[in-house]
Design a protein around this ligand. Sequence first.
Ligand code: ATP
Length: 651
Amino acid sequence: MELIQESNLNTIAALSMSAMKVDNNHTTINKHVQTEYVKGSMDATVIDYQHSPSAVRAAFHNMPVCEPIEISFKDVSYSVQKMFSKTRKEILHRVSGNFPSGNLIAIMGPSGAGKSTLLNALSGYKTRNVSGAIYVNGRIRDLNEFKKSTCYITQDDRLQLLLTVYENMKVAADLKLGNNVSEMEKNGRIENILTALGLYDHQHTMTERLSGGQKKRLSVALELINNPTVLWLDEPTTGLDSYSCWQMIAYLKQLAQQGRTVICTIHQPSAKLFEKFDLVYILAYGKCLYQGHSSKLVPFLQSVSLPCPKFHNPADYAIELASGDYGMDKVKTLCNSIGNGECITWYENPNRVMKLEQLRQQYPIGEERKKSDDVSELHKLKILIRRGVIKTKRDQTLTHLRIFVNILVAILLGWLFIGSGTDGSRVLANYNLMFAILIHHVFSTMMLTILTFPTEKSTVLRENFNRWYSVKSYYIANTLIDFPVTFLSCLLFSIIIYIMVGWPMEADRFSVFFIVSLLIVMIAQAIGLIIGTCCNVINGTFLGPILAVPAMMLAGFGVTLKDLPMFLKWGSYVSYLRYGLEGYVGALFYEREQLKCDAMYCHYKYPDKFLKDIAMEADRFMHDIAALIFTLLLLRIICYYLLKWRIVLSR
Ligand SMILES: Nc1ncnc2c1ncn2[C@@H]1O[C@H](COP(=O)(O)OP(=O)(O)OP(=O)(O)O)[C@@H](O)[C@H]1O
């Protein structure tokens, strides 16, 4: 604490000294910092901010930029199929441009101009429906090779919220660097990056408790661990206050100054923020309006007789022009003047912008970069399982609530049917209970998966694109991690209800009852995953129960199997609930002795009579278990391929 106070004092002194500098820009910035202090935000972040340039340099002194990467693109278009129409909607219209290395580049424009679309197309995050040529160091982009040197940071912070900052960094380091880098070096890198991005003091904070700005910085920190050469960031300043915005851009600028190419989309930067960009690419209606250094925007506008009004932020004025506030003819004029991104006159140093052939000469074909590819999938699987175990332990909904709900429902149902397991007058009630148990297992598991998986899916999309792991590793890890909780909650449920209802205390009967329950839970989970993979939460919540209804109708409950119409008989063979119900009936009524009967008349005193009436063969439970295992495997395989397909489709 004392140390922090002492460094605060040093910082205050440093700030006071540096605020006296004559340089205009710095004076403003230092004033800004002082204002922050006066506001009472003199915390570790301010110290980091003051020291960030050297800290960022220090963070990467051991990780020099491998080879600078220059990105050029020509006539890039992006179009999508219109809904309910055969025509296509063009979102990007043959835009061109050059993004040199060592630059902090802003793709700007009003909302809907196509900023994210351009970022996605150039980074390779989207490949379908993109046309035109994208060059990397003068050669046509080889996406697989290019992705080894880049990272994509999405607008919404898709982070593992139940891990601390350090744990998140450690997982990223283990997944990306594997065993090729020693633990000491990994920890050194983590420490340096966290210090550089002002997160060192928060390393043991749970990610869900971080502020918006800290979460954004953590997103960057995670991707910096393997020292990418190109950083793509979709709106890294959205949702941040002006100080955090400035801080984020200052960090990115430092990363660019070390030779990286840092490209981000940004809505409407303040004048101070705008100055920080080495290159600004302004879009309007999918076309380029300006491409050049931030300081040259005003002369450019002057040159096309659209002078920026005095005391007006040039960035604001450019966005107003791009929005068409001053007429669509102005948009057209600007677009023509800049050649839709072909013109490089307004770059800081146009003579330094190399042609494609020059770039090829400058960067001859070298050895293929080997980065995350070096880490084996088995190692990644281990790390993913470790991460999953930590998350499972801390997850209030998926673990604690699931176990609690299973115990609670078992007690409630058990109470309702207490002691009925040996009562000849309550055989039908037992049959109803079996169906209720099936419904509980299906809905509680399926709905939870439908509600939670779509969020997880978006994280997987980003991490998979950034080459953290393959879909296969993720899928296997996800399946394995969940099994212990599924097993435990199902076991607790089965034990409680079995004892309370008073079914025969025979190990083989209980085993069949439990195995059938477990398989039904796992099938419901697989169905939930399939729906969660294909749909968003709203559609999934609607679709899940609807899809469960036919399986319920064809299970032999309500309408017995023998009463099913001929044309629907096949349905009972594909209904997993039919096998579940038959399995339960077999486990609990097969070869039972005469049941006790305290009433005047017990219609089903002899369980065989009941089995005959519902047209179920009780000795078929092994077939039922085999059918359930087959259904489970089939659904799991379908789910894996759907997830892969979903990832391909999202690109
Ligand atoms: N798959 C799609 N189908 C139909 N229209 C689309 C699709 N993807 C993007 N668009 C449209 O393309 C335009 C550009 O979208 P984009 O997300 O790139 O804009 P943006 O400039 O990043 O906007 P914002 O700053 O608001 O995020 C928008 O009008 C959007 O509605």
